[in-house]
Write a protein that binds this ligand. Structure first.
Ligand SMILES: *[C@@H]1O[C@H](CO)[C@@H](O)[C@H](O)[C@H]1NC(C)=O
Ligand SMILES: *[C@@H]1O[C@H](CO)[C@@H](O)[C@H](O)[C@H]1NC(C)=O
Ligand SMILES: *[C@@H]1O[C@H](CO)[C@@H](O)[C@H](O)[C@H]1NC(C)=O
Length: 192
């Protein structure tokens, strides 16, 4: 699982990658306090190790999950994003995009993730807030046009919310990595 995770990671921002990695490595049922300590530590080292990656709460971020309708996404990625959001470990101005071939909606994704999210009593409002920040975009993995449309969609969002750092997570089988990464590189990167 971990190896697969590392290969599927195509992330353009250190904080996110560190955070998501740590949440993944940690056994979710194990000590939460321990996990949070690890995350705090990694946040500190992230800002120290690399110039220009300060954890700025105000910079908008868009996290795009490719393969959003798949198994990895519903069992690992959406729950991880929810826990990070729940614990205020993401920049406040972060939104999430799911991308997959299926013509579905965020509600459908929410439904299929539901039993992996571990929402506790008292977290319901926060959980609603999380889903309000989610969007979905349907497209294929080997059509340049679809990635251009995704780019336009993200630009549209950025027009009102400010230019964002974009992060791309490939919850996909390795057979499509090459096409997807080429299309992202050619059409969907943040324009700066
Ligand atoms: C997860 O945590 C539990 C309790 O600490 C432990 O028994 C189990 O071996 C852990 N599993 C993994 C895969 O680390
Ligand atoms: C990559 O995209 C091209 C162009 O659509 C397609 O012919 C090819 O089969 C794709 N490769 C894979 C591995 O999907
Ligand atoms: C991506 O960009 C490279 C470099 O400009 C170009 O050679 C390649 O044909 C492009 N591929 C696709 C699928 O658009």
């Amino acid at each position: 699982m971990l190896v697969y995770f590392h290969y599927t990671l195509f992330i353009l921002n250190l904080q996110f990658s560190v955070l998501v990695k740590i949440y993944h490595q940690e056994n979710v049922t194990s000590n939460t306090e321990e996990t949070l300590t690890l995350i705090r530590k990694s946040l500190r080292s992230a800002t120290q190790e690399v110039e220009g990656t300060h954890f700025d709460q105000n910079i908008p971020h868009i996290f795009v999950t490719f393969g959003a309708s798949g198994d990895l996404a519903k069992k690992k990625i959406y729950p991880t994003l929810w826990w990070l959001f729940r614990d205020n470990l993401l920049p406040s101005n972060t939104i999430f995009y799911g991308y997959a071939r299926s013509k579905i909606t965020v509600d459908k994704i929410r439904e299929s993730c539901e039993k992996f999210m571990q929402v506790k009593p008292g977290q319901e409002q926060r959980y609603e807030d999380f889903w309000k920040k989610n969007h979905y975009f349907s497209g294929s993995y080997d059509t340049r046009k679809d990635f251009e449309l995704l780019h336009q969609e993200l630009l549209g969002h950025e027009k009102t919310n400010g230019a964002a750092n974009r992060l791309f997570y490939l919850a996909l089988p390795p057979s499509v990595f090459e096409n997807v990464t080429v299309h992202i590189r050619n059409t969907s990167m943040a324009p700066r």
